[in-house]
Design a protein around this ligand. Sequence first.
Ligand SMILES: [Zn+2]
Length: 133
Amino acid sequence: MSDCIFCEIATGKRDSHIIQKEYGFVAFLDIDPYLPGHTIAIPNEHVQDLFSVYNQDKYLDFCKRIIYHFRNKSSTRLVYTFIMTHKVPHLGMHIIPNVSDSFRDSMDLLRLRGGYNGTESLNQVYDYYKMMK
Ligand SMILES: [Zn+2]
């Protein structure tokens, strides 16, 4: 679909920090993260809800592999997930690695929204979480 940022990322027309990519799906760092490492996993096809994905099981397996990867990277082994399409009308599962042992601290951080401090910080987070070499 034209004018869709996620479609542009899926087709490579827009640069992004790609965490993982498989046939039909791509996951990339959210540039406006709730917490560092906040990733959005999308199907390449422009659909607005989970029930419209052509291969729903493969999409969910793709998301699960990223969640497991983030669990292994996180000291707390807790990963937040939610599906949201209100900002961009293209299905995306938001996958957010936890950064604190304290659930309350994590909730405070989620409310504060932890953006990146410039490109260097974004690149450090990318190097830590990316699954592709
Ligand atoms: Zn789209």
